[in-house]
Design a protein around this ligand. Sequence first.
Ligand code: HEC
Length: 91
Amino acid sequence: MKRISIKSVSVLLILGLGLFVGITFVGCKASQQVSAKSGVQLWAENCQRCHNTPSPSSFSPEQWETIGMHMQTRALLTDEEKTKIVNFLKQ
Ligand code: HEC
C-alpha cells in the first residue's frame, strides 16, 4: 500500500485552512447582514411565524417592553434584535 506523502498531507492542510477561513468570513458577513436589518424587517421576519402580528398601536410602549421580553425567548432573538423590534413597535 502506498504511504501518504508529506506533500499531499500539507496540500490537505492548506485546503482545510482555506475552507476554515472561508467559512469564518461568510459567517461574519451573515452577522453583519443581521445587524444591518431594521426593526420593521426583523419584526416582519420573526413575529408572524407563530401568530398574526398585532399592529404597533395595539399595545402601549410599556406593554411592548414586556411582550418583547416574552417573545424574545419564543422567537430566539438576540438582545439587539429584540431592542430593534421593540423600538419599532413603541413608535
Ligand atoms: C415561537 C412562536 C412565537 C414567535 C416567533 C412569536 N410569538 Fe408572540 N406569542 C406566541 C404565543 C404561543 C403566544 C400566546 C401565549 C403568550 O401570550 O405567551 C404569543 C402571544 C403574543 C402576543 C399577545 C400578548 C397578549 O398579552 O395578548 C403578542 C403581542 C405577541 N405574541 C407578539 C410577538 C412579537 C412582537 C413577536 C416577534 C418578536 C412574536 N410575538 C413572536 C408565540 C410566538
